[in-house]
Design a binder for this molecule. Structure first.
Ligand SMILES: Cc1ncc(COP(=O)(O)O)c(C=O)c1O
Length: 292
């Protein structure tokens, strides 16, 4: 089956999906994006993702290219046309095509691209059973990491460093030795008292949709959640560590810079949270099917 992409009002074969060379996304990384999981054909957490998208657009003064309801229709249509049962959709909105000039163009229509692809849930489960290693790199990003901008070069370089070192993710560490987040994930530890610790939301990190869901699930289980920064040293001596994201759900971290976390095996708390998150996603499927 050939893949289909949505590009500026048209559903086109993926291989023909193109944007103009003077698109400001290409020229300046002047755009934002979203990615969300699809489970059993249902987009997980559509509303919070659209909320965050609207916020990112607002922060960059990019006008929404269409209504929220229309965007949700396009997303579901791309998922449907690609027959994605378990996978992801990606959405990019840029300031549009205009003659190159750093300042905003007087009139440009935002460009919109939506794609979707399947992922093999079995592979992700195998990785979660084993746990993953992370390395750390200095956080060299700008001061608006709260905006989900397509400008991801430091994140790309960090992830590549992780891959080159045989690790799954790179944690970014600020000048004070505190972990901000992963290159494409939020970072968590479980402290000696069994409390979950993750950095509070500010301009230094992305407000993860998975982070918010996991936090709520933990609280419902009476697991204490503390939103504060943690240092790299704390992480290395933590009882457990894990990462959260749309693409990884809850993924146990078993080593940081080669130092074993706990006994070097996925921790109980992370395992439990992953199960709870799977239940949370399944609940959305049930609700949507019931509402059909
Ligand atoms: C830098 C960064 N932090 C955190 C996350 C996790 O966010 P979410 O749970 O919404 O996927 C992502 C996901 O793309 C990310 O790129």
């Amino acid at each position: 089956m050939s893949r289909i992409a949505y590009v500026n009002g048209r559903y086109v074969p993926h291989r023909d999906a193109v944007v103009h060379v003077e698109d400001r996304g290409y020229q300046f990384a002047d755009g934002v994006y979203e990615v969300s999981a699809v489970r059993d054909g249902v987009v997980i957490d559509m509303e919070p993702h659209l909320d965050r998208l609207e916020r990112s657009l607002r922060e960059l003064s990019i006008s929404p290219p269409m209504s929220r309801a229309a965007l949700a229709v396009v997303i579901r249509e791309v998922v449907r046309r690609n027959r994605v049962r378990d996978g992801l959709f990606y959405l990019q909105i840029t300031r549009g095509v205009a003659r190159r000039d750093h300042a905003f163009p007087a009139a440009a229509r935002p460009s919109v691209v939506v794609t979707a692809r399947s992922v093999d849930p079995a592979r992700a489960e195998a990785m979660a059973r084993q746990g993953v290693g992370v390395i750390t790199v200095p956080d060299i990003r700008w001061e608006r990491c709260d905006i989900k901008s397509v400008s991801l070069l430091p994140n790309v370089l960090a992830k590549q460093q992780a891959r080159a070192a045989g690790a799954y993710e790179a944690w970014l560490v600020d000048e004070a030795g505190r972990v901000t987040e992963g290159s494409s994930t939020n970072a968590w530890i479980v402290d000696r008292d069994g409390a979950l610790v993750t950095r509070s939301i500010d301009n230094a990190i992305l407000s993860g949709i998975t982070r918010a869901a996991v936090m709520e699930l933990a609280r419902l289980q009476q697991i204490r959640v503390v939103e504060r920064s943690f240092t790299l040293d704390e992480a290395k001596s933590a009882r457990e560590a894990f990462i959260t994201s749309t693409t990884s759900y809850v993924l146990p971290v078993v080593s940081v810079d080669g130092v074993k976390i706990g006994n070097g095996q996925p921790g109980e708390v992370a395992r439990r949270l992953r199960e709870l998150y799977a239940g949370y996603m399944a609940g959305q499927q049930d609700r949507r099917q019931a509402g059909r």
